[in-house]
Design a protein around this ligand. Structure first.
Ligand SMILES: [Zn+2]
Ligand SMILES: [Zn+2]
Length: 326
């Protein structure tokens, strides 16, 4: 479905994003964090997507590494990626691990996964025995799969934090991680995999090209809203574009990791022109740019111009804490 024909709904969305963006300026008169302010917006929305980390792999300013929370009816239900620093935004937003039904990890670059142990550790202080789905790519030549990654963190035998082995073994009222590995090494031929998380929440994992890193984009359907998390991907992600052509999701989140121009790692990321082409092809109700780095964020006007040459829908810039209510 799309909100493109619903002018008042679109205006409401824009108001939400603008409010969150305004709130993300340094707080001069309020001690309330941008993530807490964004959480208020997401809590009031039927479906909300909150940016917990809008940064990339380099420690630059106050952006946390990539992470997004999907809210439904006032509670967080799904976490997409857990970059370093997202733990802090998670707490500022007042989120509870026990509210999560699933965690989906796009790939095992540290800027998307290094915060997972902290989130799990926090969850170990909460009472819940419901299994916690963990969706991620299967192993590639130089990267672990989701199962191997979890094992390296919390396995009783050799895990870095083996005291959290309850996440594998259960017992002591611990939630067991139900790990689902999605083949993604060969993005051109790997199939998409749909997982029903709850009655009103599903995720389709879509293999994408991100250099040689097994990587997944996610199409999340929460109630009847469609949200596409494009994840780290290059413009060589043909299957992704074919699958989502004219899909018209309510929201497309793209990663603004590189600026336009020569010398950029286009085997890893889409430059703004290719983000614009992707958005024109998929036709979302709104495009949200995240995963900013100084090299790209310092050239936002140029990036927006390159995107607008192809995509004429609304494009917003994510900050840590930003909520898009849908
Ligand atoms: Zn990244
Ligand atoms: Zn990456």
């Amino acid at each position: 479905m799309t909100l493109k024909d619903n002018v008042s709904a679109r205006a409401a969305i824009l108001a939400c994003v603008v409010a969150a963006a305004c709130n993300s300026a340094p707080a001069a008169t309020s001690d309330v964090s941008p993530a807490a302010q964004g959480a208020d917006i997401c809590r009031a929305a039927e479906v909300g997507v909150q940016v917990l980390g809008s940064g990339g792999p380099i420690a630059e300013g106050s952006r946390a590494g990539t992470s997004y929370a999907v809210w439904i009816d006032g509670r967080v239900r799904l976490l997409i990626d857990a970059g370093p620093g997202s733990f802090i935004r998670f707490g500022e937003a007042g989120l509870k691990v026990s509210d999560l039904k699933a965690i989906a990890l796009s790939h095992f670059h540290a800027d998307h996964s290094a915060g997972l142990a902290g989130i799990l550790n926090s969850g170990s202080f909460e009472a819940s025995v419901e299994p916690l789905l963990l969706i991620g790519p299967a192993a590639g030549t130089a990267f672990p799969g989701a199962g191997g990654f979890v094992s390296a963190l919390v396995n009783r035998d050799g895990g870095a934090w083996s005291y959290l082995a309850g996440y594998i073994e259960g017992g002591d009222g611990r939630r067991v991680l139900d790990v689902r590995e999605i083949p993604a090494q060969d993005a051109a031929s790997a199939p998409t995999v749909r997982t029903e998380i709850a009655q009103d929440l599903s995720v389709v994992a879509i293999p994408v090209r991100h250099g040689e890193v097994p990587s997944l984009a996610f199409l999340v359907t929460a109630k009847d809203r469609d949200i596409v998390f494009a994840s780290d991907q290059s413009a060589f992600s043909d299957g992704f574009e074919r699958l989502l052509r004219d899909h018209k999701p309510d929201l497309l989140i793209a990663h603004h990791a590189i600026p336009e121009g020569e010398g950029q790692p286009i085997g890893l990321h889409r430059p703004p022109t290719e983000i614009g082409r992707m958005a024109a092809n998929i036709a979302p109700g709104m495009l949200l740019l995240s995963h900013h780095m100084d090299r790209s964020f310092s050239r936002v006007p140029e990036s927006l111009a390159a995107i607008e040459a192809h995509f004429d829908g609304p494009t917003m810039i994510a900050a840590d804490g930003t909520c898009v209510g849908l």
